[in-house]
Design a protein around this ligand. Structure first.
Ligand SMILES: [Zn+2]
Length: 69
């Protein structure tokens, strides 16, 4: 009885740890504040906010795009 319970809780914990932590994020232009891109990121591998250079059609140039909340 006790051994079975331990086995199950171990399996559940492992199952949750193996599940990929993926999140849809929106990338906002830091200059005009338009949300131009959406992306998917692995939150466990990259916990910090993303900042990338991307082309903004509103600014008509490459600007820094930041992950929104
Ligand atoms: Zn812009």
């Amino acid at each position: 009885m006790t051994n079975t319970f331990r086995g199950v809780s171990f399996f559940v914990r492992r199952h949750f740890m193996a599940a990929p932590k993926r999140k849809i994020i929106t990338l906002e232009c830091t200059e005009c504040k338009n949300r131009n891109y959406s992306s998917e990121k692995n939150t466990s591998a990259n916990a910090e906010r993303i900042e990338i250079m991307k082309f903004c059609p509103f600014c008509n140039k490459r600007t820094k795009h930041k992950e929104t909340k």
